[in-house]
Design a protein around this ligand. Structure first.
Ligand SMILES: NC(=O)c1ccc[n+]([C@@H]2O[C@H](COP(=O)([O-])OP(=O)(O)OC[C@H]3O[C@@H](n4cnc5c(N)ncnc54)[C@H](OP(=O)(O)O)[C@@H]3O)[C@@H](O)[C@H]2O)c1
Length: 240
C-alpha cells in the first residue's frame, strides 16, 4: 500500500509511534522516525524494522527541527508522508499550572508541530505531492476529565488540519487528522482506573484502543487509497 513512499514519523519511540514505524514499514514504506529522550528505544526499533532510520529531534527546539529536516532532505530525495505524532501530556489541574508547564506543552504540541510541518512541507511543495497526518485526540473533541493544556493543544490540531488542507491543496498535499479515543498505553498511562472504566463502559466496542488500531488508520489515510479524503479529523475510538 505504501511501496516507494518515504515517511517521516515524529515520536517514533512512543506507544503509537513505534507501531506506526512497524505498520508503515510493513506496508512497504521507507521509514524515518524521530525521538527525543528515547535513544535506546530508537536503536532497538531500527534494529527490529529493517531499513528504518532514526533521528534525534527535540520538538521544543525550532533550530534543531529545521536542521534535522534539512539533513533529511540532503540524504533523501523526498519525503512523501509526514506523521505528526509526537506530543506530551501533563496531569495538572488549572490551579497548579505555572507558566513553564504551559510553555512546555504548547512548545511541543503546537509550536514544534508547526515548525516540523513547515520544514517538511517545503520539499512536498517542490514535488507537488505529499500527505500529512496529524495526531489529534478525543481530548480535544468533547467534555472529558483530561488536563487543560493537553485538551487545548489537541483541539488546535483540528484547526491546523482544516487550515493546512486549504492552504496546501494547490500543491497536491492532503492533510488529515487521526483522532484516537482512549488507548491501552502511551499518554493514557496516567489516566486513573475509574476514568478508564467509565470510558470502556460507554465505548460501543467495549475496550480501550490499541496502537495498532491507530497505525492502521494512519497508514490507510497516508495511502493513495484515501486520495479523496482531505481536511478531515477522523476518529478511531470504538464509538463513544
Ligand atoms: N495513548 C493514547 O491513549 C492517546 C489518545 C489520543 C491521542 N494520542 C496521541 O497520540 C500521539 C502519541 O502518543 P503516545 O500515547 O504514543 O505517547 P507516548 O508513548 O508518551 O510517546 C510520545 C512520543 O513523543 C515523543 N516526544 C515527547 N516529547 C518530545 C520532545 N520534546 N521532542 C521530541 N519528541 C518528543 C517521545 O519521544 P522520546 O520518548 O524519545 O522522548 C515519544 O516518542 C500523541 O500525539 C498523543 O496526543 C494518544
Amino acid at each position: 500500500m505504501l511501496k516507494g513512499k518515504t515517511v517521516f514519523i515524529t515520536g517514533g519511540t512512543g506507544y503509537i509511534g513505534s507501531e506506526l514505524v512497524r505498520t508503515f514499514a510493513g506496508y512497504g514504506a521507507r521509514v524515518i522516525f524521530s525521538f527525543n529522550r528515547g535513544a535506546d528505544k530508537a536503536e532497538k526499533l531500527t534494529g527490529e524494522v529493517a531499513g528504518s532510520e532514526s533521528v534525534k529531534m527535540n520538538m521544543r527546539d525550532v533550530k534543531e527541527i529545521t536542521h534535522v529536516v534539512e539533513q533529511l532532505y540532503a540524504r533523501h530525495e523526498k519525503i512523501d508522508i509526514l506523521v505528526n505524532n509526537a506530543a506530551i501530556s501533563q496531569v495538572m489541574p488549572l490551579a497548579m499550572l505555572d507558566e513553564d508547564d504551559v510553555d512546555e506543552v504548547l512548545a511541543v504540541n503546537m509550536k514544534g508541530l508547526i515548525f516540523v510541518t513547515k520544514a517538511v512541507v517545503r520539499g512536498m511543495i517542490r514535488n507537488k505531492s505529499g500527505v500529512i497526518i496529524n495526531m489529534g485526540s478525543i481530548a480535544g473533541q468533547r467534555i472529558l476529565d483530561v488536563p487543560l493544556t493537553y485538551a487545548m493543544t489537541k483541539a488546535a490540531v483540528n484547526g491546523m488540519t482544516f487550515s493546512l488542507a486549504a492552504e496546501l491543496k494547490r500543491f497536491n498535499i492532503r492533510v488529515n487528522s487521526v483522532i484516537p479515543g482512549l488507548l491501552a498505553g502511551g499518554v493514557a498511562r496516567a489516566v486513573p482506573d475509574d476514568l478508564r472504566d467509565d470510558f470502556i463502559k460507554h465505548c460501543a466496542v467495549g475496550r480501550a484502543g490499541t496502537a495498532a488500531d491507530i497505525a492502521e488508520l494512519a497508514a490507510f489515510l497516508a495511502s493513495d487509497k484515501a486520495s479523496y479524503i482531505n481536511g478531515q479529523n477522523i476518529a478511531s475510538d470504538g464509538g463513544i
